[in-house]
Design a protein around this ligand. Structure first.
Ligand code: NDP
Length: 277
């Protein structure tokens, strides 16, 4: 029977650590949101509720009707200059009229708690301390919490996005896994995934990875989050795959549950980077 990698349990632990830190240090977070994307609005509201519970102070800058890019640019500039602002989140997706990457690049790297700037991507690439995308950090925290050491293991990451697949692959590489990255042009996906002692699914296609894609004893981390007929489901066919896996994350209640806690852990890390705590 596969071990269930319970994100909720780990999230609780991480949140306790963050709350403890917030009791001793003032953590102020700025959240900028432009537009009305429903999933993004819901996620921002969830984060602010969580921040409140953890004792994190937050400032919200919400633009539900159009403001010029220059206005958001100058807001980011002002937030960068305020020493009490520890982290800045620019909620995605931004409406199409904005140059999202250009705006993200303006965030001071030490306040970039989503790990979206090139400066932090470079730090990740060079294996230097920095702020890295929360989902990728959440995957590593799950491995640590359940004592799964990627060293020497074959890790297969399905998906190569800048926010999940690529950073997850780099973090696994830095932990000495032998890493293969798959994407939409990968041939014989099942054959490649079957090499994985550890498999990370970050695709966005419900139940893409079936039972026979996995080797016996694989550790399966499913970052996928798909809504199918009102139900949340991952990229892995959980029922089938869990008969092959030695350990597997559920969806919901797995990687996604840890991600928000990992955002706030990044805020703690950002405080350390700025104030050397
Ligand atoms: P993207 O759409 O940016 O990337 C998807 C990746 O999957 C791409 O690299 C794409 O390949 C690859 N892909 C698409 N189809 C296939 C296929 N048939 N076979 C193999 N690879 C394929 O998605 P994200 O990385 O942003 O998100 C991935 C999933 O993770 C989504 O379900 C999203 O909701 C979820 N997510 C979960 C988070 C969490 O905290 N749990 C946070 C962020 C995202 P190519 O590059 O060739 O196009």
């Amino acid at each position: 029977m596969a071990t269930l990698l319970e994100g909720k349990v780990l999230a609780r632990r991480l949140n306790e650590e963050t709350a403890e830190y917030a009791r001793n240090h003032q953590l102020t977070l700025a959240i900028i949101q432009a537009g009305n994307d429903p999933a993004s609005l819901a996620y921002r509201e969830f984060k602010t509720r969580q921040a409140h519970k953890l004792g994190i102070i937050f400032e919200e800058y919400l633009f539900d009707s159009y403001v010029p890019q220059a206005e958001i640019e100058s807001l980011i500039d002002r937030l960068n200059k305020r020493p009490e602002i520890i982290g800045i989140l620019l909620e995605q997706p931004l409406p199409g009229e904005y140059d999202a990457q250009a705006l993200m690049e303006l965030i001071a790297p030490e306040k970039d708690i989503d790990g979206v700037t090139s400066a932090n991507a470079a730090r990740l690439y060079f294996n230097k301390p920095g702020l890295f995308p929360a989902t990728a950090e959440a995957l590593m925290s799950l491995l640590d919490y359940y004592d799964i050491d990627p060293k020497g293991k074959e890790a297969v990451v399905v998906g190569r996005s800048n926010i999940v697949g690529k950073p997850a692959a780099l973090l696994l590489l830095h932990r000495h896994a032998t890493v293969t990255v798959c994407h939409s042009r990968t041939e014989n996906l099942a054959e490649v995934v079957r090499r994985g002692d550890i498999v990370v699914a970050a695709v966005g296609k419900a139940n893409l990875l079936k039972k026979d894609y996995f080797k016996e004893g694989a550790v399966i981390l499913d970052a996928g989050y798909n809504l199918v007929q009102g139900q949340t489901t991952g990229d892995v066919d959980f029922k089938g795959a869990s008969t092959r896996a030695s350990a597997i994350t559920p969806v919901p209640g797995g990687v996604g549950s840890v991600t928000t806690a990992a955002v706030f852990k990044n805020l703690v890390k950002a405080h350390g980077l700025q104030y050397g705590a």
